[in-house]
Design a protein around this ligand. Structure first.
Ligand code: SF4
Ligand code: SF4
Length: 310
């Protein structure tokens, strides 16, 4: 089974328990205007160009079959309307100024990379995490990787935004040990304004996921102008608390169901420039430590299990 990924990150410690290998799937159905991984949004391969790294060697001009590359005053340029993302220019660009994002891979190739670090998973309680983008939107590819990893006795996790028919996530659960799901806002209109889609299907999937008794970790990106206020965070914490109560009624009280607040940052600015994308969040100030601590206090007051340091 083949799919498209944009990165495989080894030794990750932020994508689930222990030391993990995180496989980043390419393609997402949301359009969060602050997205920290803009290279994950489109389903197709695409080109990044970092002018600051260009040494003006001209190798890309000779390599491009479509005349999409230029060289002026010793600095390479790029006409995206002519580019077909074939990657020929990236192969000859040794400075790293031109990079092709998006690798078509077979599930077996991905699993081979994951298995290389098996010893670290065993000693740390780690494993593999499928992230993105949205891994569930490449369901069969995701299933093939997760099933192979489970057969090798490796802990498996998914990071998801939750926006798809329930059956797509349900199909992956038998080979998934843990799910990390984003929640951005409980108000459908505010959610649509910030992400391009309503939250109704996401919240319904969160409810159904909680009822499965699978370990679930909800994550909230705290973004100025979107949800960095006590009302928005309180509403999300109340929602998560209700899911935990529902789970207790269903006899799965001991299975972890937690919440974490993640502060918006602007580290993605260079990536937006390299993809010629408009970075609408570029002027936002990241929340301060004090603000995050205050919002964490709000979440805690609802009796949720809160993870993270604030
Ligand atoms: S090959 Fe790379 S370094 Fe050379 S001109 Fe093209 S973009 Fe610049
Ligand atoms: S990716 Fe291919 S088409 Fe696009 S600029 Fe490079 S060589 Fe030309």
């Amino acid at each position: 089974m083949d799919g498209i990924v944009f990165d495989i990150q080894r030794f990750s410690i932020h994508d689930g328990p222990g030391i993990r290998t995180t496989v980043f799937f390419k393609g997402c159905s949301l359009r969060c205007f602050w997205c920290h991984n803009p290279e994950s949004i489109r389903f197709k391969p695409e080109m990044q160009f970092f002018p600051d790294l260009c040494i003006g060697c001209g190798a890309c001009l000779a390599a491009c079959p479509n005349g999409a590359r230029t060289l002026r005053d010793g600095v390479g340029g790029y006409d995206r309307t002519r580019c077909r993302a074939c990657g020929a220019c990236a192969e000859v660009c040794f400075s790293g100024a031109t990079v092709r994002i998006g690798r078509e891979m077979a599930a077996d190739q991905v699993v081979a990379e994951v298995l290389a670090d098996r010893a670290f998973y065993q000693t740390s309680g780690g494993g593999v995490t499928l992230s993105g983008g949205e891994p569930v939107l490449q369901r069969d590819f995701a299933y093939a990787i997760l099933a192979r990893c489970k057969a090798e006795d490796i802990h498996t996790a998914i990071e998801t935004a939750g926006n798809y028919p329930w059956d797509d996530l349900a199909a992956l659960l038998p080979v998934t040990d843990m799910v990390m799901m984003d929640i951005k806002h409980l108000d459908p209109d505010r959610h649509r304004a910030a992400t391009g889609v309503s939250n109704e299907r996401i919240l319904e999937n969160a409810r159904r996921l909680a009822r499965t008794g699978k370990p679930v970790h909800f994550r909230v990106p705290v973004v100025p102008t979107v949800n960095d206020d006590p009302e928005a965070i309180g509403a999300i914490a109340a929602f998560v608390r209700a899911l935990a109560d529902l789970r207790a009624v269903n006899g799965a009280r001991e299975v972890p169901l937690s919440l974490e607040l993640l502060a918006f940052h602007r580290l993605a600015a260079d990536k937006y420039r390299s993809l010629a994308l408009d970075y609408r969040a570029g002027r936002l100030e990241p929340p301060s430590k004090a603000q995050m601590a205050a919002l964490a206090g709000v979440a805690r007051s609802y009796g949720v299990v809160l993870q993270g340091n604030y």
